[in-house]
Design a protein around this ligand. Structure first.
Ligand SMILES: [Zn+2]
Length: 46
């Protein structure tokens, strides 16, 4: 399972793979792997 989050509505959910549409708001191409605060810190530092 992958932790995912919709960039549009910030809805978070788990799926085996990334769906085309957000199951909450129905927008397409808004789903990204969910990033924790630590992920953001790692990105800033690299
Ligand atoms: Zn959404």
């Amino acid at each position: 399972m992958v932790k995912l989050q919709c960039r549009k509505c910030n809805f978070q959910f788990d799926k085996p793979k990334i769906p085309r549409r957000c199951p909450y708001c129905g927008k397409s191409n808004t789903i990204l792997p969910y990033k924790t605060a630590q992920n953001y810190i790692d990105e800033v530092e690299t």
